[in-house]
Design a protein around this ligand. Structure first.
Ligand SMILES: Nc1ncnc2c1ncn2[C@@H]1O[C@H](COP(=O)(O)OP(=O)(O)O)[C@@H](O)[C@H]1O
Ligand SMILES: [Mg+2]
Length: 327
Protein backbone atom coordinates (compact mmCIF):
# COMPACT_ATOMS: atom_id res chain seq x y z
CA UNK A 1 0.00 0.00 0.00
CA UNK A 2 1.29 3.46 -0.88
CA UNK A 3 1.35 5.98 1.91
CA UNK A 4 -1.53 7.88 0.36
CA UNK A 5 -3.67 4.71 0.07
CA UNK A 6 -3.98 4.65 3.83
CA UNK A 7 -6.79 6.76 5.24
CA UNK A 8 -4.27 8.08 7.76
CA UNK A 9 -0.50 7.81 7.46
CA UNK A 10 2.22 9.39 9.54
CA UNK A 11 5.89 8.85 9.00
CA UNK A 12 8.48 9.89 11.58
CA UNK A 13 6.55 12.94 12.67
CA UNK A 14 8.37 15.12 15.17
CA UNK A 15 6.84 17.90 17.19
CA UNK A 16 8.62 19.81 19.89
CA UNK A 17 6.63 22.43 21.78
CA UNK A 18 8.49 25.71 22.04
CA UNK A 19 9.12 26.17 25.73
CA UNK A 20 7.83 22.67 26.41
CA UNK A 21 9.73 20.08 28.44
CA UNK A 22 12.26 17.85 26.70
CA UNK A 23 10.64 14.89 24.96
CA UNK A 24 7.10 16.28 25.23
CA UNK A 25 5.23 16.22 21.92
CA UNK A 26 5.96 13.67 19.21
CA UNK A 27 9.29 11.94 18.67
CA UNK A 28 9.18 9.99 15.43
CA UNK A 29 5.48 9.17 15.38
CA UNK A 30 4.46 6.51 12.83
CA UNK A 31 0.93 5.41 12.00
CA UNK A 32 -0.89 3.62 9.17
CA UNK A 33 -4.66 3.29 9.27
CA UNK A 34 -6.54 1.41 6.55
CA UNK A 35 -9.71 2.94 5.10
CA UNK A 36 -12.87 1.89 6.94
CA UNK A 37 -11.05 0.65 10.02
CA UNK A 38 -10.93 1.87 13.59
CA UNK A 39 -7.53 2.59 15.04
CA UNK A 40 -7.19 2.93 18.79
CA UNK A 41 -4.36 5.21 19.80
CA UNK A 42 -3.76 4.14 23.35
CA UNK A 43 -1.51 5.86 25.82
CA UNK A 44 -1.29 7.33 29.29
CA UNK A 45 -1.80 11.02 30.03
CA UNK A 46 0.85 13.14 28.34
CA UNK A 47 1.85 10.47 25.80
CA UNK A 48 1.08 12.80 22.88
CA UNK A 49 -2.37 11.60 21.79
CA UNK A 50 -3.94 15.05 21.47
CA UNK A 51 -0.80 16.37 19.80
CA UNK A 52 -1.08 13.64 17.16
CA UNK A 53 -4.77 14.36 16.55
CA UNK A 54 -4.17 18.10 16.26
CA UNK A 55 -1.36 17.57 13.76
CA UNK A 56 -3.33 15.11 11.63
CA UNK A 57 -6.34 17.41 11.59
CA UNK A 58 -4.13 20.38 10.55
CA UNK A 59 -4.72 22.34 13.77
CA UNK A 60 -1.04 22.18 14.72
CA UNK A 61 2.11 22.36 12.63
CA UNK A 62 4.96 19.90 13.10
CA UNK A 63 8.74 20.09 12.83
CA UNK A 64 9.69 17.08 10.76
CA UNK A 65 8.31 13.99 9.02
CA UNK A 66 5.30 13.44 6.77
CA UNK A 67 1.62 12.90 7.26
CA UNK A 68 -1.34 12.32 4.98
CA UNK A 69 -5.05 12.05 5.66
CA UNK A 70 -7.66 10.84 3.13
CA UNK A 71 -4.86 10.80 0.55
CA UNK A 72 -3.91 14.46 1.04
CA UNK A 73 -0.69 15.81 2.46
CA UNK A 74 -1.40 17.34 5.85
CA UNK A 75 1.13 20.13 5.40
CA UNK A 76 0.65 21.16 1.77
CA UNK A 77 -3.00 20.21 1.23
CA UNK A 78 -4.51 21.28 4.53
CA UNK A 79 -7.68 22.62 2.96
CA UNK A 80 -8.49 19.29 1.25
CA UNK A 81 -7.68 17.43 4.46
CA UNK A 82 -10.10 19.64 6.38
CA UNK A 83 -12.82 18.94 3.81
CA UNK A 84 -12.59 15.21 4.45
CA UNK A 85 -12.33 15.02 8.21
CA UNK A 86 -14.44 15.37 11.31
CA UNK A 87 -12.99 16.11 14.71
CA UNK A 88 -14.41 15.45 18.13
CA UNK A 89 -12.10 17.15 20.59
CA UNK A 90 -11.37 16.21 24.16
CA UNK A 91 -13.65 19.02 25.35
CA UNK A 92 -17.16 19.65 24.11
CA UNK A 93 -17.59 22.03 21.20
CA UNK A 94 -21.35 22.46 21.52
CA UNK A 95 -23.07 25.54 22.87
CA UNK A 96 -24.65 25.11 26.32
CA UNK A 97 -27.41 27.66 25.87
CA UNK A 98 -28.70 26.32 22.58
CA UNK A 99 -30.75 23.13 22.32
CA UNK A 100 -29.26 20.00 20.80
CA UNK A 101 -31.19 20.61 17.59
CA UNK A 102 -30.20 24.29 17.38
CA UNK A 103 -26.55 23.29 17.79
CA UNK A 104 -26.75 20.83 14.92
CA UNK A 105 -28.59 23.29 12.68
CA UNK A 106 -25.93 25.90 13.44
CA UNK A 107 -23.12 23.47 12.57
CA UNK A 108 -24.97 22.55 9.37
CA UNK A 109 -25.20 26.20 8.34
CA UNK A 110 -21.50 26.67 9.13
CA UNK A 111 -20.98 23.89 6.61
CA UNK A 112 -22.97 25.85 4.03
CA UNK A 113 -26.15 23.77 4.19
CA UNK A 114 -29.38 25.71 3.63
CA UNK A 115 -31.57 26.16 6.71
CA UNK A 116 -33.90 23.44 5.45
CA UNK A 117 -31.09 20.99 4.69
CA UNK A 118 -29.53 21.74 8.05
CA UNK A 119 -32.80 21.02 9.88
CA UNK A 120 -33.22 17.77 8.00
CA UNK A 121 -29.65 16.67 8.76
CA UNK A 122 -30.12 17.63 12.42
CA UNK A 123 -33.19 15.38 12.62
CA UNK A 124 -31.33 12.45 11.06
CA UNK A 125 -28.43 12.84 13.46
CA UNK A 126 -30.62 13.28 16.54
CA UNK A 127 -32.32 10.06 15.53
CA UNK A 128 -29.05 8.18 14.89
CA UNK A 129 -27.62 9.21 18.26
CA UNK A 130 -30.83 8.57 20.23
CA UNK A 131 -31.31 12.25 21.02
CA UNK A 132 -34.68 12.86 19.38
CA UNK A 133 -36.49 13.09 22.72
CA UNK A 134 -34.00 15.58 24.13
CA UNK A 135 -33.39 17.49 20.90
CA UNK A 136 -35.32 20.53 22.11
CA UNK A 137 -33.74 20.75 25.54
CA UNK A 138 -30.87 23.17 26.13
CA UNK A 139 -27.54 21.35 26.21
CA UNK A 140 -26.97 22.61 29.76
CA UNK A 141 -29.60 20.01 30.79
CA UNK A 142 -27.77 17.14 29.04
CA UNK A 143 -25.86 14.39 30.84
CA UNK A 144 -22.18 13.86 30.01
CA UNK A 145 -23.00 10.95 27.72
CA UNK A 146 -25.64 12.95 25.85
CA UNK A 147 -23.20 15.82 25.32
CA UNK A 148 -20.56 13.51 23.90
CA UNK A 149 -23.14 12.00 21.55
CA UNK A 150 -24.21 15.45 20.43
CA UNK A 151 -20.54 16.26 19.86
CA UNK A 152 -20.20 13.16 17.71
CA UNK A 153 -23.35 14.12 15.81
CA UNK A 154 -21.99 17.63 15.20
CA UNK A 155 -18.78 16.20 13.73
CA UNK A 156 -20.83 14.15 11.25
CA UNK A 157 -22.91 16.95 9.73
CA UNK A 158 -21.20 16.44 6.40
CA UNK A 159 -20.22 12.75 6.49
CA UNK A 160 -16.44 12.88 6.81
CA UNK A 161 -14.36 10.03 5.41
CA UNK A 162 -12.00 10.22 8.38
CA UNK A 163 -13.10 11.00 11.91
CA UNK A 164 -10.78 11.89 14.78
CA UNK A 165 -12.17 11.31 18.24
CA UNK A 166 -10.09 12.40 21.22
CA UNK A 167 -10.83 10.56 24.47
CA UNK A 168 -14.57 10.20 23.86
CA UNK A 169 -15.46 8.70 27.23
CA UNK A 170 -13.04 10.29 29.68
CA UNK A 171 -15.06 11.50 32.67
CA UNK A 172 -18.25 9.63 31.77
CA UNK A 173 -20.05 7.24 34.08
CA UNK A 174 -20.46 3.60 32.93
CA UNK A 175 -23.89 4.24 31.39
CA UNK A 176 -22.67 7.27 29.45
CA UNK A 177 -19.66 5.31 28.32
CA UNK A 178 -21.79 2.45 26.99
CA UNK A 179 -23.99 4.93 25.12
CA UNK A 180 -21.00 6.59 23.48
CA UNK A 181 -19.57 3.20 22.53
CA UNK A 182 -22.85 2.26 20.90
CA UNK A 183 -22.86 5.56 19.01
CA UNK A 184 -19.28 4.99 17.84
CA UNK A 185 -20.12 1.47 16.69
CA UNK A 186 -23.09 2.64 14.62
CA UNK A 187 -20.85 5.22 13.05
CA UNK A 188 -18.15 2.70 12.18
CA UNK A 189 -20.78 0.64 10.38
CA UNK A 190 -21.14 3.49 7.92
CA UNK A 191 -17.58 2.91 6.69
CA UNK A 192 -15.99 5.98 8.22
CA UNK A 193 -12.34 5.55 9.19
CA UNK A 194 -11.92 6.41 12.86
CA UNK A 195 -8.86 7.33 14.84
CA UNK A 196 -9.82 7.15 18.48
CA UNK A 197 -7.55 8.08 21.34
CA UNK A 198 -8.07 6.61 24.73
CA UNK A 199 -6.44 5.87 28.06
CA UNK A 200 -8.78 2.93 28.54
CA UNK A 201 -7.62 -0.45 27.40
CA UNK A 202 -11.10 -1.81 27.54
CA UNK A 203 -12.29 0.90 25.17
CA UNK A 204 -9.55 0.14 22.65
CA UNK A 205 -10.26 -3.57 22.96
CA UNK A 206 -14.00 -3.03 22.40
CA UNK A 207 -13.90 -0.58 19.52
CA UNK A 208 -10.62 -0.77 17.66
CA UNK A 209 -9.59 -3.15 14.88
CA UNK A 210 -5.98 -2.31 15.56
CA UNK A 211 -4.30 -0.65 18.48
CA UNK A 212 -1.20 1.52 18.48
CA UNK A 213 0.38 2.09 21.86
CA UNK A 214 1.88 5.53 22.29
CA UNK A 215 4.53 6.32 24.86
CA UNK A 216 6.43 9.60 25.09
CA UNK A 217 5.50 10.61 21.55
CA UNK A 218 6.41 7.37 19.83
CA UNK A 219 4.50 4.20 18.92
CA UNK A 220 6.02 1.35 20.90
CA UNK A 221 3.70 -1.43 19.78
CA UNK A 222 1.02 -1.97 17.15
CA UNK A 223 -1.35 -4.78 16.26
CA UNK A 224 -4.75 -6.28 16.81
CA UNK A 225 -5.67 -6.73 20.47
CA UNK A 226 -4.88 -10.44 20.10
CA UNK A 227 -1.56 -9.86 18.40
CA UNK A 228 -0.54 -7.53 21.19
CA UNK A 229 -1.39 -10.14 23.79
CA UNK A 230 0.61 -12.74 21.89
CA UNK A 231 3.52 -10.39 21.21
CA UNK A 232 4.19 -10.11 24.88
CA UNK A 233 5.07 -13.79 24.70
CA UNK A 234 4.83 -16.37 27.37
CA UNK A 235 2.16 -16.94 29.92
CA UNK A 236 1.15 -15.29 33.10
CA UNK A 237 1.29 -17.08 36.37
CA UNK A 238 -1.47 -16.32 38.84
CA UNK A 239 -1.30 -17.33 42.47
CA UNK A 240 -4.27 -16.65 44.70
CA UNK A 241 -3.15 -16.66 48.33
CA UNK A 242 -5.11 -18.32 51.08
CA UNK A 243 -6.17 -16.01 53.87
CA UNK A 244 -3.40 -15.32 56.35
CA UNK A 245 -0.56 -16.28 54.00
CA UNK A 246 2.52 -14.08 54.22
CA UNK A 247 2.51 -12.42 50.80
CA UNK A 248 6.16 -11.38 51.04
CA UNK A 249 7.35 -15.01 51.10
CA UNK A 250 5.26 -15.87 48.04
CA UNK A 251 6.42 -12.72 46.30
CA UNK A 252 10.07 -13.65 46.74
CA UNK A 253 9.35 -17.15 45.42
CA UNK A 254 7.53 -15.81 42.35
CA UNK A 255 10.36 -13.38 41.69
CA UNK A 256 12.64 -16.36 41.01
CA UNK A 257 10.70 -17.26 37.86
CA UNK A 258 9.18 -13.94 36.84
CA UNK A 259 10.20 -12.49 33.47
CA UNK A 260 8.92 -9.03 34.38
CA UNK A 261 7.48 -6.98 37.23
CA UNK A 262 4.99 -8.68 39.55
CA UNK A 263 1.46 -7.41 40.07
CA UNK A 264 -0.32 -7.72 43.36
CA UNK A 265 -4.08 -7.32 43.57
CA UNK A 266 -4.86 -6.87 47.25
CA UNK A 267 -8.60 -7.14 46.70
CA UNK A 268 -8.47 -10.65 45.22
CA UNK A 269 -5.27 -11.68 47.06
CA UNK A 270 -3.69 -12.47 43.72
CA UNK A 271 -0.04 -12.24 42.70
CA UNK A 272 0.57 -12.30 38.94
CA UNK A 273 3.79 -12.40 36.96
CA UNK A 274 4.85 -13.03 33.36
CA UNK A 275 6.88 -16.24 32.99
CA UNK A 276 8.98 -17.49 30.08
CA UNK A 277 9.18 -21.25 30.55
CA UNK A 278 5.79 -22.42 31.79
CA UNK A 279 6.68 -25.95 32.95
CA UNK A 280 9.84 -24.92 34.68
CA UNK A 281 8.06 -22.00 36.34
CA UNK A 282 5.28 -24.21 37.68
CA UNK A 283 7.69 -26.84 39.01
CA UNK A 284 9.93 -24.26 40.66
CA UNK A 285 6.97 -22.49 42.25
CA UNK A 286 5.26 -25.66 43.43
CA UNK A 287 8.48 -26.98 45.00
CA UNK A 288 9.33 -23.70 46.70
CA UNK A 289 5.79 -23.24 48.04
CA UNK A 290 5.72 -26.77 49.36
CA UNK A 291 9.12 -26.31 51.06
CA UNK A 292 7.82 -23.13 52.67
CA UNK A 293 4.66 -25.04 53.66
CA UNK A 294 2.43 -22.57 51.87
CA UNK A 295 -0.78 -23.85 50.37
CA UNK A 296 -2.22 -21.34 47.94
CA UNK A 297 -5.89 -21.08 47.08
CA UNK A 298 -5.13 -21.41 43.40
CA UNK A 299 -2.23 -21.53 40.92
CA UNK A 300 -2.79 -21.10 37.20
CA UNK A 301 -1.19 -20.15 33.92
CA UNK A 302 -2.94 -17.97 31.34
CA UNK A 303 -2.40 -15.53 28.46
CA UNK A 304 -1.82 -11.89 29.41
CA UNK A 305 -4.69 -9.45 29.50
CA UNK A 306 -4.43 -6.29 27.47
CA UNK A 307 -3.77 -4.21 30.56
CA UNK A 308 -0.79 -6.38 31.41
CA UNK A 309 0.55 -5.88 27.89
CA UNK A 310 0.09 -2.16 28.37
CA UNK A 311 1.86 -2.03 31.71
CA UNK A 312 4.63 -4.23 30.38
CA UNK A 313 5.18 -1.96 27.38
CA UNK A 314 4.71 1.45 28.91
CA UNK A 315 6.46 0.63 32.16
CA UNK A 316 4.04 2.67 34.16
CA UNK A 317 0.42 3.05 33.31
CA UNK A 318 -2.14 5.42 34.67
CA UNK A 319 -3.50 3.37 37.54
CA UNK A 320 -7.02 4.69 37.02
CA UNK A 321 -7.00 3.57 33.42
CA UNK A 322 -5.62 0.15 34.15
CA UNK A 323 -8.09 -0.55 36.92
CA UNK A 324 -10.88 -0.03 34.39
CA UNK A 325 -10.14 -3.47 33.03
CA UNK A 326 -11.54 -6.50 34.70
CA UNK A 327 -9.78 -9.54 33.32
N1 LIG B 1 0.97 23.86 24.07
C1 LIG B 1 1.88 23.10 24.72
N2 LIG B 1 3.05 23.64 25.15
C2 LIG B 1 3.99 22.88 25.78
N3 LIG B 1 3.85 21.56 26.03
C3 LIG B 1 2.70 20.97 25.64
C4 LIG B 1 1.65 21.70 24.96
N4 LIG B 1 0.63 20.85 24.69
C5 LIG B 1 1.02 19.64 25.17
N5 LIG B 1 2.25 19.71 25.74
C6 LIG B 1 3.00 18.59 26.34
O1 LIG B 1 3.17 17.56 25.37
C7 LIG B 1 2.97 16.28 25.94
C8 LIG B 1 1.87 15.55 25.22
O2 LIG B 1 0.64 16.23 25.44
P1 LIG B 1 -0.74 15.71 24.83
O3 LIG B 1 -0.56 15.49 23.37
O4 LIG B 1 -1.80 16.62 25.27
O5 LIG B 1 -0.86 14.27 25.56
P2 LIG B 1 -2.15 13.35 25.77
O6 LIG B 1 -3.24 13.86 24.90
O7 LIG B 1 -1.67 11.98 25.37
O8 LIG B 1 -2.49 13.40 27.23
C9 LIG B 1 2.67 16.53 27.42
O9 LIG B 1 3.88 16.36 28.14
C10 LIG B 1 2.19 17.95 27.45
O10 LIG B 1 2.50 18.55 28.70
MG1 LIG C 1 -5.15 14.44 25.30
Amino acid sequence: MKRTDFAIAANRVHKHYVGGTDGAGLNGFDLEVRPGSVCGLLGPNGAGKTTAIKILSTLLDFDDGQASVAGFDVRTQGRQVRQHIGLVGQYAAVDEILTGRQNLVMFGQLHHLSHRQARQRADELLDQFLLLDSGDLPVSKYSGGMRRRLDLAASLIVSPSVLFVDEPTTGLDPVGRQQVWAALRSLVDTGTTVLLTTQYLEEADQLADRISILKAGRIIAEGTPNELKTALGGDWLDIVLSLGTDASIVTSIVEQVAAGPLRMDARTNRISAPVKDRTKALVTIATALSEAQIEPEDISLRRPTLDEVFIHLTGSAEPAAVLEVTP
